[in-house]
Design a protein around this ligand. Sequence first.
Ligand code: PLP
Length: 430
Amino acid sequence: MATNSKHPETVVLHAGYRSDPATNAVAVPIYQTTSFQFRDTQHAANLFGLAEMGNIYSRIMNPTNDVLEQRIAALEGGVAALALGSGQAASLFAVQNICHAGDNFVASTDLYGGTWNLFANTMKTMGIECRFVDPADPENFRRATDAKTRCYYAETLPNPKLAVFPIAQVARIGREQGIPLIMDNTAAPVLCRPFDHGAAIVLHSTTKYIGGHGTSIGGILVDGGNFDWEKHKDRFPMLNTPDPSYHGAVWTQATKPMGPVAYIIKARVTLLRDVGAPMSPFNAFMFIQGLETLPLRMRVHCENANAVAKHLSKNAKITKVIHPSLMTGETKKRADEHLSRGYGGLLGFELKGGADAGRKFIDGLKMFYHVANIGDARSLAIHPASTTHSQLSAEEQAQTGVTPGYVRLSIGLEHIEDILADLDQALAAV
Ligand code: PLP
């Protein structure tokens, strides 16, 4: 079924699977197996030699994961995807697939803290330099680029600032120099399709909205198939010169018969093979269940968050409400340009009473969960200054957009009246 051109509501139910070839089961079965028997030695040789695609071993591919991969690739408008054990693994693979020791890449300063740590510290020990730049001016990406720059990296809707990243502008700057833009679209699935704005690679922590029910950790990497790696041979030696780890395969050449999938095939058959970090088939099944209602859920997350933003902006104890629906000027223009189906379910606000008020507010919540997570069906809240950002100095906290009285909410799917009632009663106690 050609589902790539269909609406997201349809794609998430039908792309990549009709019924199980072995049993005709309509729900996607969980193929909980490590290995797959070869028909004969020729079949085995073909699979290992990439002359034929098929299942070998679940560290590298699995039929349940394959459905999730096809579905998310179709949802994002990409050509193929790779399911991984976590969003963190997806971020690492996204960059490491084209960057080795001595190379650099340019990333937005507005990133999830875990990604920041991975890029600033762990990847540094691998000899890969991350150059952080302020995305407020897209030209900062060009300024930080040199001959060893392999990619740009950013998040569509980064919290806590929730200022939408200028995907179209930075993708254009990158393409002028033969540099792909990698977008972490975790906070805005369905709402934004980064490939439509020129991104080359998309990734998600499926742990969040795609799973949607706070049950499973996972990540996925999606190849847009829209970047000419071969044209920029000198910039991408890892895709254009013989790979000693795979009998000297040159990935742009070896994958040609399969379409524009050099990047994602290489990630699967070298990085995933060597590093591990696969998604378990059980978690792939959980994400397939989540995906089926993702467009519906995103609609309600957005409606509820819009209503919460409007409601909180009238409260005298709050100095500022941060949500794209309330933004003005250039940030609003970027939000409208990139978020075609809603402003997202994440929201922040600043309490006049500072850190004390922030802690009191969180302790006063009765329905909201106090957790370090986003994208759950349930409403969630956290006070970053005393938790996720407590290791940073006050100055560093301010740089990331976290003030002492800042509270982050991930608005869930409960009835809006119950959400507002819980917020109001907690605010009354501040
Ligand atoms: N990207 C974003 C935007 C996130 O919020 C997170 C986790 O909070 C990650 C990546 C990492 O994902 P995971 O927790 O699945 O490793």
